[in-house]
Design a protein around this ligand. Sequence first.
Ligand SMILES: Cc1cc2nc3c(=O)[nH]c(=O)nc-3n(C[C@H](O)[C@H](O)[C@H](O)COP(=O)(O)OP(=O)(O)OC[C@H]3O[C@@H](n4cnc5c(N)ncnc54)[C@H](O)[C@@H]3O)c2cc1C
Length: 459
Amino acid sequence: MITLTFDTLRAQVRGDVIAATDEGFEQARAVYNAMIDKHPAVVTRPVNAGDVMAAVNFARENQLPVAIRGGGHSVPGFGTCDGGVVVDLSRMRGVRVDPEKRTARAEGGATWGDFNAATYPFGLATTGGIISTTGVAGLTLGGGIGYLARGFGLSLDNLVSADVVTADGRFVIASEKENEDLFWALRGGGGNFGVVTSFEFKLHPLGPEVLSGLIVHPLENAGELLSEFRRIAREAPDELTIWVVMRKAPPLPFLPTEWHGKEVLIFAACYSGDMKEGEKAVKALRALGRPVVDVISPHPFTGWQAAFDPLLAPGARNYWKSHDFTDLSDGAIKAILDAVRTLPSPECEVFIAHVGGAMARVAANATAWPNRDAHFIMNAHTRWRDKAQDSACVAWARQLFEATAPFAAGSVYVNFMPGDENDRVEKAYGANYRRLAEIKGRYDPDNLFRMNQNIRPTT
Ligand SMILES: Cc1cc2nc3c(=O)[nH]c(=O)nc-3n(C[C@H](O)[C@H](O)[C@H](O)COP(=O)(O)OP(=O)(O)OC[C@H]3O[C@@H](n4cnc5c(N)ncnc54)[C@H](O)[C@@H]3O)c2cc1C
């Protein structure tokens, strides 16, 4: 057995090199999902692209796998590995805005909270996720859906360029003008192609306040509400996005206490344009049924984007299963509601993300992300605390997945896939998989970057 020493690596990097015997290793190996309990050989925390190059070279020369960690939110735990090198970018979180060009450059470890805090003072934004602690990197490289995707496109549609450290330790820039094949693959291909040390995004005017908030209904009316929702969602202008969450009501301060712990359907709505137009756009949604509360009003975008953070903090056990839908059929609604009536833990929920709009008007082969036809993305978002509940919670998600499969589009968003669906990766990329595999063969022929929804290199 070879014993690795990290002295050479320590001499080369300005950031941290944390081996198993070092103080802080236990904390350094932890990721978002508490089900993931991996022991890397070393965790590096680079502070610049040179450090990343040193870490990648060290891994390759020692034949160790590399796990890339941006925000650490991968539910399958791709931000860590057993016996390999973790490149944890959490010390590289700077965001610089160019208000003239309406662009922002974010380092590879920035979160959406970091990003929005930097762009908000300029009245600018781009599409990110629905909570603030998720990494810009993993979310963008896999797709990027959120409250602004219908108006501004996916996060990856707003990518202008990326600085990348490739498997051979080179630093390259990828954009429409340089290394175009790599740029195409990065926009959807996840962490398969290298470590992105910095992302340049297009920005759009927004806010400072957006019309946004929640409408909470009793679950017993959910069948009718969802039938109406699918019509409203289909007819909605691009600026309006409505996500549905079904779960046991958390103890939110604006919810009457008698509703805490009861099953509810929540509409989370956001209008990304003029406030008066927004009032008109949400009217039909607000007129539905007899809600328990309706707290839609103007909110600063940064506040609204962090509204779900406390419910989705790191440290719980998580397992996800997801389908895309072109429409929400009655059969799908029934299967979803059957599952919501048997939630296995108080933190489990079923999400229906409302997508389409600008993101649907991009050609399926323009970027590696092919699933432009979906109108809804369902995620069985299973979340619990007690290890003893693992099999019951995982079984619940799989049962919902099976029951909704006959009504689904067949495609899937890679960032919502669990770690046990390797046979589904090719399907997730559809007709784009072949080109992705060829580009992988050119940039990472030995599959150094394989802690991801893996694209096998074509040699
Ligand atoms: C609570 C929660 C809420 C979420 N909400 C949304 C949402 O609203 N919209 C949405 O689209 N998705 C959402 N997601 C899914 C999210 O997009 C994925 O989990 C994504 O992988 C997280 O990125 P990360 O950088 O935080 O994760 P990490 O675990 O750090 O990375 C995930 C993968 O991305 C790759 N990667 C990360 N950083 C880099 C880098 N710098 N260079 C190259 N590759 C890199 C790696 O391959 C890694 O395997 C959510 C996830 C969670 C847990």
